[in-house]
Write a protein that binds this ligand. Structure first.
Ligand code: SAM
Length: 281
């Protein structure tokens, strides 16, 4: 069964009466080179279990199932059920859970389905919730070793951006707090059915074992990061003084104590410098 073959996909759609939902970000992969690379670079192998988000017709699910001990996939669209029954029929190590990933307790799901096994997350994410899904997985501190996902190219650039670059934003710092992001490879828009208006890229987030701050300081850190990047063109003293309810002179002094220029803008700071500011508050 070749799930990257357009004729095969059309046959499955006709059999089940399925049609694409744009609002669910349904752009299915039809480039046969992509899914094996996601599975391999995502760390799928014997002894490892995979959590997938969004199955579509199961094109990536099958690649994960061929390599991993077990795959659990969360898919919101129940209309895909008859298709998946056929496309995943050869695999007895796959379970599809029909649910909204944003409403699912992923920690509980992983504990229940995978026990103590090593777990990776792999997905071609629906574009409309890329950042919320990534942040949900990271903030829940799931017991996973890596998350390998396809996202829009611009989102990938932002997530993997280094401090001091134009692409760097609150999401770059948040992701680098929990993980080490790597850009893996670019995927052009013609690799999908239907083709979106933009290209995509696959990134891997290698999860850090220990996050540096306790939860209350972590909340404070991200409050400051978000406020700073909300006015990224302004000097940091302005948004921070508004957010913290302190005078600009006080904030300037605080920055100086942290060894940060008082004229600095959000995108010039490293995560370590934001953490220093949080520590001083
Ligand atoms: N993995 C397939 C592929 O590569 O062809 C499908 C990828 S498609 C970009 C995204 C998938 O996520 C769709 O199957 C869509 O129905 C599903 N999806 C969208 N929103 C979701 C949500 N909130 N929870 C779970 N699945 C969702």
């Amino acid at each position: 069964m070749r799930l990257t073959d357009i004729k095969e996909i059309r046959r499955l759609f006709e059999m089940s009466g399925f049609s694409f939902s744009k609002s669910l970000g349904q752009n299915f992969l039809i480039n046969p080179a992509v899914c094996p690379r996601i599975a391999e670079l995502g760390g799928c192998k014997k002894g490892v279990c995979a959590l997938e988000i969004g199955t579509g017709v199961g094109v990536l699910t099958r690649e994960l199932a061929e390599r991993c001990d077990k795959v659990v996939a969360v898919e919101i669209d129940r209309r895909l059920e008859p298709i998946l029954e056929e496309t995943l029929a050869d695999f007895d190590n796959v379970e599809v859970v029909f649910a909204d990933v944003m409403e699912t307790d992923l920690s509980e799901l992983i504990r229940e389905k995978f026990g103590d096994s090593e777990v990776v997350v792999c997905a071609n994410l629906p574009y409309y919730i890329t950042s919320p899904v990534i942040m949900r997985v990271l903030e829940s501190r799931l017991p996973i070793s890596a998350m390998t996902v396809m996202v829009q190219k611009e989102a990938a650039d932002r997530i993997c951006a280094k401090p001091g670059t134009r692409e760097c934003g609150a999401i770059s710092l948040a992701v680098s707090y929990y993980s080490e992001p790597k850009m893996l490879f670019k995927v052009n828009r013609g690799s999908f059915m239907p083709a979106p208006n933009v290209d995509s890229a696959v990134i891997r987030l290698d999860i850090k074992r220990d996050v540096p701050l306790p939860p209350d300081e972590e909340r404070q850190l991200f409050r400051i990061v978000r406020a700073a990047f909300a006015q990224r063109r302004k000097q940091l003293v302005n948004p921070l003084s508004a957010e913290l309810g302190r005078s600009k002179a006080e904030v300037a002094e605080l920055l100086a104590e942290c060894g940060i220029k008082t004229t600095a803008r959000a995108e010039e700071l490293t995560l370590g410098e934001f953490m220093r500011i949080t520590g001083k508050i």
